[in-house]
Design a protein around this ligand. Structure first.
Ligand SMILES: C[S@@+](CC[C@H](N)C(=O)[O-])C[C@H]1O[C@@H](n2cnc3c(N)ncnc32)[C@H](O)[C@@H]1O
Length: 290
């Protein structure tokens, strides 16, 4: 049931073409196919963060876990080491190829990959309910209420949504300066706000899901062999046009710090992360689909 504000409709407006800056965003799976290798390399250097993110999830050895938008298995892999089985759902083949390679490297055999959009998954037909259903930075569906209701439906015990609180990594003030210099406009604040935990909490409340929230400090560290290496990777991950490379290079030369020990360049960032969660038996009330 919607209150004064209809959060789902607001979300749709935020996700609609009006706020889209890059044409490729119309096809998110190919965007992630293209980014998969770089994303995987970056996060394999930051495995501590994944361990911290899953440290407080209820993961028992007998549990089955469904990871919606599992990507390269950054969380699915450490989770698979603690539980019975993991089902990793992702729309991007490229991300799942990396996940399968990561599984092989670590000798993991209890993850099943499903290459589908969450919107196209039918619970009880394509996939049976799992003990735990989770999503980490992967909820960008146009109809977010439907996506959340489906996560609730698919969970037997717990649902976890891992997202950002306040600014996301990469939403720092300096990066806004880069955006303005490259695109000649201020980055639209609603994009970052749209994945903020407050948004999900409000919408869930309207759905009569009174979720718990944990807020924590988060850090990441990215290393580059050289300034050229950083420019190439940023161009790829952020789709920066070739003719704007000079602006990007200048920006990176200001924010990257030389690591004396290794001769590499380093970027350290701090942010706040949020874990929104609820237990099926405890929450009370029915999920409202309208
Ligand atoms: C930022 S990555 C996060 C990956 C992983 N959850 C993690 O925390 O490392 C987002 C992932 O969600 C996937 N994704 C986004 N929307 C999706 C959807 N509607 N259905 C399935 N996968 C989706 C993307 O393909 C991408 O792999």
């Amino acid at each position: 049931m919607a209150g004064i504000l209809n959060w789902n409709e607001l979300w749709k407006v935020m996700r609609s073409g009006h706020y889209r800056r890059r044409a490729h965003e119309e096809d998110p799976s190919s965007m992630w196919d293209k980014r998969a290798r770089e994303f995987n390399k970056f996060w394999m250097q930051n495995r501590e963060r994944a361990e911290k993110q899953i440290a407080n999830l209820e993961l028992k050895p007998e549990y089955t876990v469904m990871d919606v938008g599992a990507g390269t298995g950054r969380l699915a892999i450490p989770i698979a080491k603690r539980v019975k089985t993991v089902t990793a759902i992702d729309q991007s083949k490229g991300m799942l190829v990396c996940l399968q390679e990561n599984m092989e490297k670590e000798g993991i055999t209890n993850i099943t990959c499903v290459n589908k959009r969450w919107q196209d998954v039918e619970v009880g037909v394509d996939i049976e309910p799992h003990d735990v259903v989770m999503a980490c930075h992967s909820l960008g569906m146009f109809d977010i209420q439907e996506a959340l209701a489906k996560m609730d439906l698919a969970a037997k015990k717990y649902v976890y949504i891992l997202t950002s609180a306040g600014r996301r990594m990469g939403d720092g003030e300096e990066e806004e300066g880069l955006w303005k210099a490259i695109y000649g406009e201020q980055r639209h604040r609603t994009r970052a706000w749209g994945s903020d935990y407050m948004f999900f909490c409000n919408l869930l409340h309207d759905m009569k899901i009174y979720a718990n929230v944990d807020i924590r400090d988060a850090e990441s560290e990215q290393r580059y062999d050289s300034l050229d290496d950083a420019v190439t990777k940023w161009k790829e991950m952020r789709d920066i046009p070739a003719e704007k490379e000079g602006i990007l290079r200048e920006y990176l030369s200001k924010i990257l710090i030389e690591d004396d020990g290794t001769g590499t360049l380093c970027l350290k960032r701090k942010s706040k992360s949020a874990t929104i969660w609820w237990q099926k038996a405890e929450r009370g009330g029915d999920v409202a689909n309208t």
